[in-house]
Design a protein around this ligand. Structure first.
Ligand SMILES: C[S@@+](CC[C@H](N)C(=O)[O-])C[C@H]1O[C@@H](n2cnc3c(N)ncnc32)[C@H](O)[C@@H]1O
Length: 939
């Protein structure tokens, strides 16, 4: 077995996508895919795809070289950063090397630690033994500044991990755990902003530019921090239940502390995350990413962040007047030119252009100002980019602070003592700006001088005054901004600033910008903004005019500003109102992001497809700004596209979204599930909803937290584009008899509900081997004495009533691989059982707990042709199943109980299994060979 890697240590020419040749078993060679990007061709320099060579022959994949040189880029940052000579060499050397792989263990802390332990005990020892080219492979290392060592990084290139057989087990682990959401393939620097938010349970959080969602996932985990322990404690207190993983005094104390952190809803998390993105397609990638965390405390919206709508919430003091939601924490991880991602996005070496940054400055300022407006006094905004250009960084911070009332209102937080092991550089206080032509400018005055003598009276490129350092803001502590460079800890480049809102303010409108005189005479201009910026202004103006602000008294000031002289504030000072949907169509038109070639931190030059999900081979989510203008980021060209206006708007807006309709606790279905599962009254019954205009459960019932419900209810019909919310709690299921509940508990809702389900519908599993059997075998039989093979759960299963129940896993013994408490949905038919889990979850669990890659066995298929069992359908049964399935599909169609394909995929797996499982036994006689107790149905 031999591995040849021509890696990227050379600095002049990149072979990062070139010439990785791996001889697999039987001499079969698979070429490398095009670079760091997962699918659809190279993110970076390489294209060309892979090909298989004839067995026994070694083939080499070659990709076009990208020359890692860019004179202007190098000149600009050498002048700007003024790093010592030695460091400058390291800086460029790092940017020319391939980026290490990195990933983060996610989910609840206990779970994340358990998966991390496997890496340390099972895979790192294996990796350490791997050699190639005579040397040992460097195993993954924890990122030193990441709490609890939950983030890791490794220098072995992704392609080697994917293709070199000794890595197969590790690769399988990464893929499997990524697919079920226990590992997030995320760039190391992209993990920084959420860690600086000081986010605590109970907080109300907004992520304004969230897709594809790696940071949003971090934020959501923080909102749920400690929840498991809290709920355990509360449930134990009120039921005396056996649910407990507590083993030591210390753990008990920790649990008590957690309860104090967010006590008001019986330990359930009360905070929320609203994750937003202006791009409809990308916001569905975001949904896919966040949905894996099964959080009822999350909403996804699809708005232009520069004019993010104010959201109504109830006003307990005066129910006739709505309150508006303000946030404790906001992340503004804005669209940027992305030159901090040069290591991953090799094409930037040829495509870099200072115009990208200039074209984004105004949008970035507007997003940040809007963030500060929506923040509670005392709250925090974290602003971040993966760009090194001060035009997108320090100048945006300074401009936004100035517009929001200066340092008296907004403070740059000194974070030097945060994440002490993270190496960083202070923000810049002085900088020059390079325009599109490469000319350097030191001040706005210089630009104004130029304008006076220029023929057209226009500023060059897209220069505007707020891009420049301001002498009057010399005291602004911009050094508190954080810059992270590639060479400091072998990462990408990043910029982060934490802002603290001291008190409310009225944001100043953007500076006046007048058209230059036709003859080029600029007299009368207030600041000589470029033609392009004026185009921005016009668009913003049009959209802003359509934004009704009537209900918010604080918007009055903005409306008095004369539209012909001043770029109107696209958002109200605090809470601009949204419109009924038809009007919002226009108000939401993206108006400012106009640079079509911008890229972002985890960027690609290929626009991912709408349905694109994290790649099955465990790539990180593609956090890409589209190379082509997206709906959210139209170029000037697309603005004036030949497409009919209505079509363009429709495309920007995405398809019609079904409303969220909450069910009354007295609704028949809610009463039915409550009775069947004996759900405790401590579990709220007024937070169930469906997604269709009729408001009747057709296929699924969702559950949300209290605040999510209030937001969805109070903003219904206001044109706010909510595109996701709630956890699927119950799914309609064909039932074997009338007394069996037709709504089974969905696996994603199980962690939320199981503690409140009555013991009548609970089966307790304690032995590892029993779990293994249930994972490997689909539809294991319990009749004809087969129940004995089901170990400790056999007798209980026989006595249990038909239908869905909770399989509560309470491991006994000290097996480190089997010590996590879990609850899974189990379905009992007349003769067989089935764990209602998607296949990928079963396989992941088998690998995690048993280090087992046994293929799953469908026991019902196995018996086909022999005994007629649960899995074998008679014609009439088959017809019934199909009718049921069609009926559901029809109902869905009629009721529009829809989600996108990307969102539904994993559930489909469940549904498919349901159809072959839950509906089968209708005509099968009850078993006769169980022990006596098995004949006594519990219900
Ligand atoms: C740097 S990426 C965000 C990465 C994301 N925070 C993460 O960690 O996965 C920037 C995002 O901003 C979105 N975007 C661009 N213009 C926007 C606007 N005006 N309002 C809201 N989102 C915008 C893009 O679609 C893109 O997904």
């Amino acid at each position: 077995m031999r591995l040849e890697v021509l890696l990227t240590r050379q600095h002049r020419v990149c072979h990062s996508f070139a010439a990785i040749a791996v001889m697999g078993r039987g001499g079969k060679f698979k070429g490398n895919r095009g670079g760091g990007r997962g699918r659809g061709g190279g993110r970076g320099g390489g294209r060309g795809g892979s090909r298989d060579a004839a067995p026994g022959h070694r083939a080499y994949q070659t990709y076009p070289d990208v020359v890692k040189e860019h004179k202007r880029l190098e000149q600009y940052y050498n002048d700007l950063l003024q790093l010592p000579e030695e460091e400058t060499v390291e800086f460029w050397a790092a940017l020319k090397r391939e980026l290490p792989n990195s990933f983060r263990f996610c989910g609840s802390k206990g779970h994340a630690l358990a998966v991390k332990r496997l890496l340390q005990t099972r895979y790192i020892p294996e990796i350490t033994r791997i050699t190639h080219d005579g040397g040992h492979v460097e195993p993954p290392k924890p990122v030193p500044w990441y709490p609890d060592s939950l983030a890791w990084s490794m220098t072995t290139p992704k392609n080697v991990v994917r293709k070199f057989p000794p890595f197969a087990a590790f690769q399988k682990f990464l893929v499997s755990e990524t697919s079920v959401g226990n590992i997030s393939r995320q760039e190391v620097v992209s993990m920084i902003p959420p860690l600086l938010m000081d986010l605590r349970p109970g907080m109300v959080v907004l992520d304004m530019c969230a897709a594809p969602g790696s940071k949003a996932a971090q934020l959501l985990e923080m909102i749920h921090r400690g929840e498991e322990a809290r709920i355990r404690q509360v449930v134990r207190n009120f039921t005396g239940s056996s649910i407990s993983t507590i083993k030591t005094e210390g753990e008990l104390e920790e649990e008590a502390a957690q309860l104090e952190a967010d006590p008001s809803d019986d330990g359930r998390a009360t905070g929320i995350l609203i994750a937003n993105d202006a791009d409809y397609k990308r916001s569905h990638m975001l949904i896919h990413q966040l949905k894996r965390l099964s959080s009822p405390n999350m909403i996804v919206t699809n708005h232009d962040a520069t004019m993010y709508p104010s959201l109504r919430i109830p006003n307990p003091q005066d129910p006739s007047k709505p309150n508006y939601l303000k946030f404790d924490r906001i992340l503004a991880d804005v669209p940027c030119s992305g030159d901090g991602t040069l290591r991953k996005n090799v094409n930037l070496w040829k495509d870099w252009n200072p115009g990208s940054a200039l074209g984004l400055h105004l949008t970035q300022v507007r997003i940040l100002v809007r963030a500060l407006q929506m923040l509670k006094p005392g709250g925090r905004v974290v602003y971040s980019t993966c760009s090194m250009n001060p035009v997108e960084n320090e100048s945006v911070i300074a401009a936004a602070i100035e517009r929001c009332g200066g340092s008296e209102k907004i403070e740059i937080v000194d974070c030097h003592d945060q994440l002490p092991l993270l190496k960083r550089k202070p923000g810049l206080k002085k900088w020059q700006i390079m325009d599109k032509s490469g000319r350097m400018w030191s001040s706005w005055e210089e630009v104004e001088e130029f304008i006076k003598t220029s023929e057209d009276g226009l500023a060059p490129g897209r220069l505007v005054d707020t891009m420049f350092p301001k002498p009057e803001a010399a005291d602004l502590p911009l050094e508190r901004c954080m810059r992270v460079y590639a060479h400091q800890q072998d990462t990408g480049g990043f910029f982060i600033t934490v802002l603290h809102k001291k008190s409310e303010f009225k944001a100043k409108p953007e500076e006046a910008r007048k058209q230059p005189a036709a003859n080029g005479n600029t007299s009368g201009r207030t600041n000589g903004t470029t033609k392009r910026a004026m185009d921005d202004q016009d668009d913003t103006e049009a959209a802003a005019k359509k934004l009704k602000t009537a209900e918010d008294p604080s918007t009055a000031d903005n409306e008095t500003v004369s539209a012909d002289t001043v770029t109107p504030e696209p958002v109200a000072d605090s809470v601009p109102e949204v419109q009924p949907s038809s009007e919002v169509t226009t108000a939401d038109e993206p108006v400012t992001v106009e640079e079509p070639t911008v890229v972002s931190e985890e960027v690609s030059n290929d626009e991912p497809a709408a349905e694109e999900k994290p790649t099955a081979d465990g790539d990180e989510m593609v956090d890409a700004m589209p190379a082509e203008p997206s709906a959210a980021t139209p170029s000037a060209e697309t603005q004036s596209s030949e497409k009919p206006e209505t079509e363009r708007k429709k495309k920007q807006q995405g398809p019609y979204e079904e409303p969220f309709k909450f069910l009354k606790p007295s609704h028949e279905v809610i009463k039915n599930v409550g009775e069947f599962y004996k759900i405790s009254e401590r579990f709220p019954s007024d937070r169930y909803m469906v997604r269709n205009a009729l408001g009747e459960p057709a296929k699924a019932v969702y559950y949300t937290s209290g605040l999510v419900r209030d937001i969805l209810v109070f903003n219904e019909g206001r044109g706010v584009k909510f595109i996701h919310g709630g956890v699927k709690m119950f799914v309609k299921q064909d039932a074997p008899s009338a007394d069996v509940c037709r709504w089974r508990i969905q696996s994603e809702g199980m962690p939320i509900l199981h503690g409140y389900v009555g013991e009548e519908r609970v089966v307790v599993l304690t032995k590892k081997e029993t779990l293994r059997r249930l994972l490997v075998e689909m539809f294991p039989k319990f009749t004809d004495g087969e129940w004995e093979k089901l170990g400790e759960i056999g007798p209980r299963v026989c006595s249990l009533g038909l239908g869905c129940c909770v399989l509560r896993i309470e491991p006994e013994g000290d097996d480190e691989d089997f010590n996590e408490h879990m609850a899974l949905p189990l379905w009992k038919s007349f003769q067989s059982l089935n764990l209602m889990l998607p296949k990928e979850d079963r396989s992941a669990m088998l690998l995690r707990i048993f280090n087992d890659t046994t293929p799953l066995i469908n026991m019902s298929n196995q018996k086909q042709g022999g005994n007629k069992t649960d899995g074998v359908q008679t014609k009439s049964e088959d017809a019934e199943v199909k009718t049921e399935a069609n009926g559901d599909a029809k109902a869905d169609e009629l009721n529009g109980d829809v989600e996108t394909k990307a969102v539904e995929d994993s559930d489909k797996m469940d549904v498919d299994e349901d159809i072959s499982e839950g509906s089968v036994p209708l005509a099968v006689p009850p078993p006769t060979s169980e022990p006596a107790e098995a004949m006594v149905k519990s219900e």
